[in-house]
Design a protein around this ligand. Structure first.
Ligand SMILES: NC(=O)c1ccc[n+]([C@@H]2O[C@H](COP(=O)([O-])OP(=O)(O)OC[C@H]3O[C@@H](n4cnc5c(N)ncnc54)[C@H](O)[C@@H]3O)[C@@H](O)[C@H]2O)c1
Ligand SMILES: [Zn+2]
Length: 368
Protein backbone atom coordinates (compact mmCIF):
# COMPACT_ATOMS: atom_id res chain seq x y z
CA UNK A 1 0.00 0.00 0.00
CA UNK A 2 1.20 3.48 -0.75
CA UNK A 3 2.49 5.95 1.79
CA UNK A 4 0.87 9.37 1.75
CA UNK A 5 1.81 12.68 3.30
CA UNK A 6 -0.66 15.03 4.95
CA UNK A 7 0.43 18.46 6.18
CA UNK A 8 -0.91 20.17 9.29
CA UNK A 9 -0.72 23.78 8.23
CA UNK A 10 0.14 25.72 11.37
CA UNK A 11 2.59 28.28 9.96
CA UNK A 12 5.93 27.97 11.81
CA UNK A 13 4.59 24.98 13.75
CA UNK A 14 3.47 23.08 10.64
CA UNK A 15 4.34 19.39 10.33
CA UNK A 16 3.84 16.36 8.14
CA UNK A 17 1.99 13.14 8.85
CA UNK A 18 3.14 10.10 6.89
CA UNK A 19 0.51 7.42 6.70
CA UNK A 20 0.53 3.96 5.16
CA UNK A 21 1.78 0.39 5.48
CA UNK A 22 5.51 0.14 6.22
CA UNK A 23 6.15 3.75 7.30
CA UNK A 24 8.03 2.44 10.33
CA UNK A 25 10.81 0.67 8.48
CA UNK A 26 11.79 3.99 6.91
CA UNK A 27 11.44 5.89 10.20
CA UNK A 28 15.08 6.95 10.39
CA UNK A 29 14.94 8.72 6.99
CA UNK A 30 12.24 10.98 8.35
CA UNK A 31 13.59 11.38 11.90
CA UNK A 32 17.32 11.86 11.24
CA UNK A 33 16.96 15.28 9.61
CA UNK A 34 15.35 16.50 12.85
CA UNK A 35 18.29 15.44 15.05
CA UNK A 36 21.06 17.81 16.09
CA UNK A 37 23.03 14.89 17.51
CA UNK A 38 22.63 11.13 17.12
CA UNK A 39 20.85 10.60 20.41
CA UNK A 40 17.16 10.03 20.97
CA UNK A 41 14.73 9.03 23.72
CA UNK A 42 11.74 6.81 23.00
CA UNK A 43 8.77 6.60 25.36
CA UNK A 44 7.10 3.35 24.37
CA UNK A 45 3.92 1.55 25.34
CA UNK A 46 4.82 -1.98 26.46
CA UNK A 47 2.62 -3.71 23.88
CA UNK A 48 3.49 -1.46 20.97
CA UNK A 49 7.14 -2.02 21.84
CA UNK A 50 6.78 -5.79 22.19
CA UNK A 51 5.13 -6.20 18.80
CA UNK A 52 6.72 -3.46 16.72
CA UNK A 53 9.58 -1.83 18.63
CA UNK A 54 12.25 -3.74 16.72
CA UNK A 55 11.33 -2.03 13.43
CA UNK A 56 11.81 1.43 14.91
CA UNK A 57 14.93 0.53 16.87
CA UNK A 58 16.66 -1.19 13.96
CA UNK A 59 15.82 1.67 11.60
CA UNK A 60 17.43 4.17 13.99
CA UNK A 61 20.33 1.94 15.02
CA UNK A 62 21.26 1.32 11.41
CA UNK A 63 22.03 5.05 11.30
CA UNK A 64 24.17 4.92 14.45
CA UNK A 65 21.67 6.68 16.70
CA UNK A 66 22.09 6.15 20.45
CA UNK A 67 18.70 5.25 21.90
CA UNK A 68 17.24 5.48 25.39
CA UNK A 69 13.98 3.55 25.63
CA UNK A 70 11.53 4.14 28.47
CA UNK A 71 8.77 1.53 28.51
CA UNK A 72 5.44 2.47 30.04
CA UNK A 73 2.68 0.17 31.26
CA UNK A 74 -0.34 -0.33 29.07
CA UNK A 75 -3.46 1.50 30.16
CA UNK A 76 -4.90 4.84 31.19
CA UNK A 77 -3.13 4.64 34.58
CA UNK A 78 0.03 5.73 32.77
CA UNK A 79 -1.41 9.22 32.22
CA UNK A 80 -0.64 10.03 35.86
CA UNK A 81 1.49 12.47 37.83
CA UNK A 82 3.68 9.59 39.00
CA UNK A 83 4.54 8.29 35.53
CA UNK A 84 4.96 11.89 34.37
CA UNK A 85 7.55 12.34 37.12
CA UNK A 86 9.29 9.04 36.40
CA UNK A 87 9.60 9.73 32.70
CA UNK A 88 10.89 13.26 33.28
CA UNK A 89 13.49 12.05 35.80
CA UNK A 90 14.68 9.31 33.44
CA UNK A 91 15.00 11.76 30.58
CA UNK A 92 17.01 14.18 32.69
CA UNK A 93 19.24 11.36 33.84
CA UNK A 94 19.78 10.43 30.20
CA UNK A 95 20.95 14.00 29.72
CA UNK A 96 18.16 15.20 27.47
CA UNK A 97 18.93 18.61 26.01
CA UNK A 98 16.77 21.37 24.58
CA UNK A 99 17.74 20.44 21.02
CA UNK A 100 17.04 16.70 21.39
CA UNK A 101 13.98 14.83 20.14
CA UNK A 102 11.64 12.56 22.06
CA UNK A 103 9.57 9.88 20.35
CA UNK A 104 6.12 8.77 21.51
CA UNK A 105 5.63 5.17 20.42
CA UNK A 106 2.21 3.74 21.29
CA UNK A 107 -1.44 4.68 21.51
CA UNK A 108 -3.13 7.80 22.80
CA UNK A 109 -1.97 7.15 26.36
CA UNK A 110 1.72 7.30 25.50
CA UNK A 111 1.14 10.09 22.98
CA UNK A 112 -0.65 12.29 25.52
CA UNK A 113 1.91 11.66 28.27
CA UNK A 114 4.94 12.09 26.01
CA UNK A 115 3.61 15.26 24.42
CA UNK A 116 3.13 16.82 27.85
CA UNK A 117 6.55 15.65 29.03
CA UNK A 118 8.18 16.99 25.86
CA UNK A 119 6.41 20.31 26.24
CA UNK A 120 7.75 20.98 29.71
CA UNK A 121 11.08 19.17 30.13
CA UNK A 122 13.88 21.71 29.69
CA UNK A 123 11.04 24.17 28.98
CA UNK A 124 10.11 22.27 25.85
CA UNK A 125 11.80 19.88 23.45
CA UNK A 126 10.56 18.68 20.09
CA UNK A 127 8.79 15.37 19.75
CA UNK A 128 7.67 12.87 17.15
CA UNK A 129 4.42 10.93 17.35
CA UNK A 130 4.46 7.32 16.21
CA UNK A 131 0.86 6.29 16.90
CA UNK A 132 0.28 2.55 16.99
CA UNK A 133 -3.47 2.29 17.62
CA UNK A 134 -6.28 3.15 15.23
CA UNK A 135 -7.55 5.80 17.64
CA UNK A 136 -4.18 7.47 18.00
CA UNK A 137 -3.53 7.42 14.24
CA UNK A 138 -6.80 9.11 13.31
CA UNK A 139 -7.23 11.31 16.33
CA UNK A 140 -4.91 11.80 19.29
CA UNK A 141 -1.57 12.07 17.45
CA UNK A 142 -2.89 14.94 15.33
CA UNK A 143 -3.43 18.40 16.73
CA UNK A 144 -1.09 18.84 19.67
CA UNK A 145 -3.42 18.29 22.60
CA UNK A 146 -1.47 16.64 25.42
CA UNK A 147 -2.57 15.76 28.93
CA UNK A 148 -2.43 13.61 31.99
CA UNK A 149 -5.30 12.86 34.36
CA UNK A 150 -6.03 14.38 37.76
CA UNK A 151 -8.17 13.17 40.65
CA UNK A 152 -10.90 15.59 39.54
CA UNK A 153 -11.04 14.11 36.06
CA UNK A 154 -9.41 13.03 32.83
CA UNK A 155 -7.11 15.20 30.73
CA UNK A 156 -7.25 18.13 33.14
CA UNK A 157 -3.50 18.80 33.20
CA UNK A 158 -1.73 19.43 29.93
CA UNK A 159 -0.67 21.84 27.23
CA UNK A 160 -0.97 22.36 23.51
CA UNK A 161 2.31 21.08 22.11
CA UNK A 162 2.49 20.16 18.44
CA UNK A 163 4.74 17.32 17.28
CA UNK A 164 7.38 17.92 14.61
CA UNK A 165 6.38 14.82 12.69
CA UNK A 166 3.82 12.00 12.83
CA UNK A 167 4.51 8.52 11.46
CA UNK A 168 1.34 6.42 11.21
CA UNK A 169 2.22 2.92 10.05
CA UNK A 170 -1.07 1.16 9.32
CA UNK A 171 0.54 -2.30 9.31
CA UNK A 172 1.03 -2.14 13.11
CA UNK A 173 -2.75 -2.22 13.54
CA UNK A 174 -2.74 -5.96 12.80
CA UNK A 175 -1.81 -6.79 16.38
CA UNK A 176 -4.57 -4.69 17.97
CA UNK A 177 -7.53 -6.09 19.84
CA UNK A 178 -10.83 -6.04 18.01
CA UNK A 179 -12.17 -3.72 20.71
CA UNK A 180 -9.37 -1.22 20.09
CA UNK A 181 -10.19 -1.23 16.37
CA UNK A 182 -13.83 -0.55 17.24
CA UNK A 183 -12.80 2.23 19.62
CA UNK A 184 -10.75 3.93 16.89
CA UNK A 185 -13.50 3.52 14.32
CA UNK A 186 -15.84 5.63 16.47
CA UNK A 187 -13.53 8.64 15.99
CA UNK A 188 -13.54 7.92 12.24
CA UNK A 189 -17.29 7.88 11.66
CA UNK A 190 -17.61 10.84 14.05
CA UNK A 191 -15.73 12.95 11.48
CA UNK A 192 -18.29 12.06 8.81
CA UNK A 193 -21.22 12.90 11.07
CA UNK A 194 -19.74 16.28 11.99
CA UNK A 195 -18.59 17.62 8.66
CA UNK A 196 -18.54 15.19 5.76
CA UNK A 197 -21.83 13.49 4.85
CA UNK A 198 -20.30 11.68 1.88
CA UNK A 199 -17.58 10.28 4.08
CA UNK A 200 -20.27 9.02 6.45
CA UNK A 201 -21.95 7.31 3.47
CA UNK A 202 -18.61 5.70 2.69
CA UNK A 203 -17.92 4.39 6.18
CA UNK A 204 -21.49 3.20 6.52
CA UNK A 205 -21.16 1.20 3.32
CA UNK A 206 -17.66 -0.09 4.08
CA UNK A 207 -17.81 -0.52 7.85
CA UNK A 208 -17.20 -4.27 7.80
CA UNK A 209 -14.17 -3.90 5.54
CA UNK A 210 -12.70 -1.06 7.60
CA UNK A 211 -13.18 -3.01 10.82
CA UNK A 212 -12.08 -6.44 9.60
CA UNK A 213 -9.44 -5.93 6.93
CA UNK A 214 -6.22 -4.00 6.89
CA UNK A 215 -6.87 -3.07 3.26
CA UNK A 216 -7.73 -0.20 0.94
CA UNK A 217 -10.99 0.77 2.66
CA UNK A 218 -9.33 1.08 6.07
CA UNK A 219 -6.40 2.97 4.58
CA UNK A 220 -8.78 5.41 2.88
CA UNK A 221 -10.82 5.89 6.07
CA UNK A 222 -7.68 6.58 8.11
CA UNK A 223 -6.28 9.07 5.59
CA UNK A 224 -9.55 10.90 5.21
CA UNK A 225 -9.96 11.19 8.99
CA UNK A 226 -6.42 12.51 9.44
CA UNK A 227 -6.91 15.00 6.61
CA UNK A 228 -10.14 16.23 8.14
CA UNK A 229 -8.65 16.59 11.61
CA UNK A 230 -5.56 18.31 10.20
CA UNK A 231 -7.79 20.83 8.45
CA UNK A 232 -9.86 21.51 11.56
CA UNK A 233 -6.72 21.94 13.69
CA UNK A 234 -5.14 24.28 11.14
CA UNK A 235 -8.25 26.44 11.25
CA UNK A 236 -8.70 26.40 15.01
CA UNK A 237 -5.68 25.12 16.93
CA UNK A 238 -6.90 26.22 20.38
CA UNK A 239 -10.51 25.09 20.06
CA UNK A 240 -12.11 28.53 19.92
CA UNK A 241 -14.54 27.44 17.21
CA UNK A 242 -14.82 24.57 14.75
CA UNK A 243 -12.45 22.24 16.67
CA UNK A 244 -15.06 21.95 19.42
CA UNK A 245 -17.23 19.98 17.00
CA UNK A 246 -14.76 17.09 17.29
CA UNK A 247 -16.26 16.55 20.73
CA UNK A 248 -19.46 15.10 19.26
CA UNK A 249 -20.52 12.24 21.53
CA UNK A 250 -17.82 13.08 24.07
CA UNK A 251 -19.86 14.85 26.75
CA UNK A 252 -22.29 11.93 26.99
CA UNK A 253 -19.36 9.55 26.43
CA UNK A 254 -17.39 10.96 29.36
CA UNK A 255 -20.40 10.51 31.61
CA UNK A 256 -20.43 6.83 30.56
CA UNK A 257 -16.69 6.45 31.18
CA UNK A 258 -16.93 8.18 34.56
CA UNK A 259 -19.77 5.85 35.63
CA UNK A 260 -17.37 2.91 35.38
CA UNK A 261 -14.42 4.87 36.78
CA UNK A 262 -12.72 4.86 33.38
CA UNK A 263 -12.35 1.09 33.55
CA UNK A 264 -11.29 0.23 29.99
CA UNK A 265 -12.26 -3.40 30.38
CA UNK A 266 -15.85 -2.16 30.69
CA UNK A 267 -15.92 0.77 28.28
CA UNK A 268 -13.11 1.84 25.98
CA UNK A 269 -13.10 5.61 25.30
CA UNK A 270 -14.15 5.06 21.68
CA UNK A 271 -16.94 2.67 22.66
CA UNK A 272 -18.28 5.31 25.05
CA UNK A 273 -18.01 7.90 22.28
CA UNK A 274 -20.00 5.68 19.89
CA UNK A 275 -22.79 5.31 22.46
CA UNK A 276 -22.42 9.01 23.30
CA UNK A 277 -22.99 9.86 19.64
CA UNK A 278 -26.20 7.80 19.64
CA UNK A 279 -27.28 9.71 22.76
CA UNK A 280 -26.36 13.05 21.15
CA UNK A 281 -28.43 12.07 18.10
CA UNK A 282 -31.42 11.19 20.30
CA UNK A 283 -31.07 14.44 22.23
CA UNK A 284 -30.80 16.38 18.96
CA UNK A 285 -34.04 14.73 17.85
CA UNK A 286 -35.69 15.50 21.19
CA UNK A 287 -35.04 19.23 20.90
CA UNK A 288 -36.16 19.28 17.27
CA UNK A 289 -32.74 19.81 15.69
CA UNK A 290 -32.45 16.43 13.93
CA UNK A 291 -35.09 14.62 11.88
CA UNK A 292 -36.27 11.29 13.30
CA UNK A 293 -35.19 9.27 10.23
CA UNK A 294 -31.65 10.69 10.41
CA UNK A 295 -31.44 9.83 14.09
CA UNK A 296 -32.60 6.31 13.35
CA UNK A 297 -30.03 5.92 10.58
CA UNK A 298 -27.26 6.90 13.00
CA UNK A 299 -28.53 4.62 15.76
CA UNK A 300 -28.90 1.66 13.41
CA UNK A 301 -25.42 2.17 12.04
CA UNK A 302 -23.88 2.27 15.53
CA UNK A 303 -25.85 -0.80 16.59
CA UNK A 304 -25.04 -2.75 13.42
CA UNK A 305 -21.32 -2.10 13.84
CA UNK A 306 -21.60 -3.93 17.15
CA UNK A 307 -21.40 -1.04 19.62
CA UNK A 308 -23.70 -0.51 22.53
CA UNK A 309 -25.96 2.34 21.56
CA UNK A 310 -28.31 2.29 24.55
CA UNK A 311 -27.67 2.29 28.29
CA UNK A 312 -31.27 1.50 29.21
CA UNK A 313 -31.73 -0.81 32.13
CA UNK A 314 -28.03 -0.86 33.02
CA UNK A 315 -27.82 -0.27 36.77
CA UNK A 316 -24.32 1.23 36.38
CA UNK A 317 -25.86 4.44 35.16
CA UNK A 318 -27.66 7.08 37.15
CA UNK A 319 -29.08 10.18 35.48
CA UNK A 320 -28.11 12.58 38.28
CA UNK A 321 -24.56 11.29 38.44
CA UNK A 322 -24.22 11.55 34.65
CA UNK A 323 -25.52 15.11 34.66
CA UNK A 324 -22.99 16.02 37.34
CA UNK A 325 -20.12 14.73 35.20
CA UNK A 326 -21.51 16.52 32.16
CA UNK A 327 -21.69 19.80 34.04
CA UNK A 328 -17.98 19.55 34.89
CA UNK A 329 -16.94 19.11 31.29
CA UNK A 330 -14.00 21.25 30.11
CA UNK A 331 -16.10 22.44 27.17
CA UNK A 332 -18.51 24.28 29.44
CA UNK A 333 -18.17 27.86 30.52
CA UNK A 334 -19.84 29.93 33.21
CA UNK A 335 -21.51 26.89 34.77
CA UNK A 336 -23.57 26.22 31.63
CA UNK A 337 -23.62 22.88 29.80
CA UNK A 338 -22.62 23.04 26.15
CA UNK A 339 -23.28 20.06 23.90
CA UNK A 340 -22.22 19.22 20.37
CA UNK A 341 -25.41 18.19 18.60
CA UNK A 342 -26.51 17.39 15.07
CA UNK A 343 -28.75 19.20 12.62
CA UNK A 344 -28.12 16.61 9.96
CA UNK A 345 -25.65 13.93 8.97
CA UNK A 346 -22.52 15.93 8.28
CA UNK A 347 -23.76 19.02 10.10
CA UNK A 348 -22.89 19.40 13.79
CA UNK A 349 -23.21 22.51 15.91
CA UNK A 350 -22.51 23.63 19.46
CA UNK A 351 -25.71 23.82 21.46
CA UNK A 352 -24.89 26.36 24.14
CA UNK A 353 -26.47 26.55 27.54
CA UNK A 354 -28.56 23.39 27.40
CA UNK A 355 -31.79 23.31 29.40
CA UNK A 356 -30.53 21.39 32.43
CA UNK A 357 -33.94 20.24 33.64
CA UNK A 358 -34.77 18.86 30.21
CA UNK A 359 -31.36 17.22 29.94
CA UNK A 360 -31.91 15.49 33.27
CA UNK A 361 -35.31 14.30 32.08
CA UNK A 362 -33.66 12.95 28.92
CA UNK A 363 -30.96 11.16 30.94
CA UNK A 364 -33.61 9.60 33.16
CA UNK A 365 -35.32 8.22 30.07
CA UNK A 366 -31.98 6.98 28.71
CA UNK A 367 -31.17 5.18 31.97
CA UNK A 368 -34.62 3.85 32.84
N1 LIG B 1 -4.74 14.23 22.60
C1 LIG B 1 -5.85 14.04 21.96
O1 LIG B 1 -6.25 14.84 21.11
C2 LIG B 1 -6.64 12.81 22.24
C3 LIG B 1 -7.71 12.47 21.41
C4 LIG B 1 -8.39 11.28 21.66
C5 LIG B 1 -8.00 10.46 22.70
N2 LIG B 1 -6.95 10.83 23.50
C6 LIG B 1 -6.49 9.96 24.58
O2 LIG B 1 -6.03 8.74 24.00
C7 LIG B 1 -6.12 7.71 24.97
C8 LIG B 1 -6.65 6.47 24.31
O3 LIG B 1 -5.79 6.09 23.29
P1 LIG B 1 -5.78 4.60 22.70
O4 LIG B 1 -7.15 4.19 22.41
O5 LIG B 1 -4.75 4.57 21.65
O6 LIG B 1 -5.38 3.74 23.98
P2 LIG B 1 -4.01 3.14 24.54
O7 LIG B 1 -2.87 4.04 24.30
O8 LIG B 1 -4.31 2.75 25.93
O9 LIG B 1 -3.83 1.84 23.67
C9 LIG B 1 -4.81 0.82 23.71
C10 LIG B 1 -4.18 -0.55 23.98
O10 LIG B 1 -3.47 -0.98 22.83
C11 LIG B 1 -2.16 -1.42 23.19
N3 LIG B 1 -1.36 -1.23 21.98
C12 LIG B 1 -0.88 -0.07 21.46
N4 LIG B 1 -0.39 -0.28 20.22
C13 LIG B 1 -0.57 -1.59 19.95
C14 LIG B 1 -0.31 -2.41 18.82
N5 LIG B 1 0.18 -1.90 17.68
N6 LIG B 1 -0.63 -3.71 18.89
C15 LIG B 1 -1.19 -4.24 20.01
N7 LIG B 1 -1.49 -3.51 21.10
C16 LIG B 1 -1.18 -2.21 21.06
C17 LIG B 1 -1.82 -0.65 24.41
O11 LIG B 1 -0.86 -1.33 25.20
C18 LIG B 1 -3.17 -0.57 25.11
O12 LIG B 1 -3.39 -1.74 25.85
C19 LIG B 1 -6.99 8.25 26.08
O13 LIG B 1 -6.17 8.54 27.20
C20 LIG B 1 -7.57 9.54 25.52
O14 LIG B 1 -7.80 10.51 26.51
C21 LIG B 1 -6.27 11.98 23.27
ZN1 LIG C 1 -12.26 10.87 21.62
Amino acid sequence: MSINKINVDLAERQYDIFVGGGVLSGASDKILPLLKRKRIAIIADENAYKFHGDKLISSLESQGVEIKTIITKSGEGTKSFSSFENVIEELLEFGIERSDIIIAFGGGVVGDLTGFVAGVVNRGVDFVQIPTTLLSQVDSSVGGKTAINARAGKNLVGIFWQPKLVLADTSVLDTLDRRDIMAGFAEIFKIGLILYPQFFDYVEENAAKILDENGQARQYAIEKSIEAKAKVVAEDEREAGVRALLNLGHTFGHAIEAAVNYDETKWRHGEAVACGIAMAARYSKRIGALAADKCERIENFIRDCGYRYLIKGDKTFDANAMLKVMSHDKKNSGGKINLVLLKDIGNAYVHKNADVADLLEFLKEECS
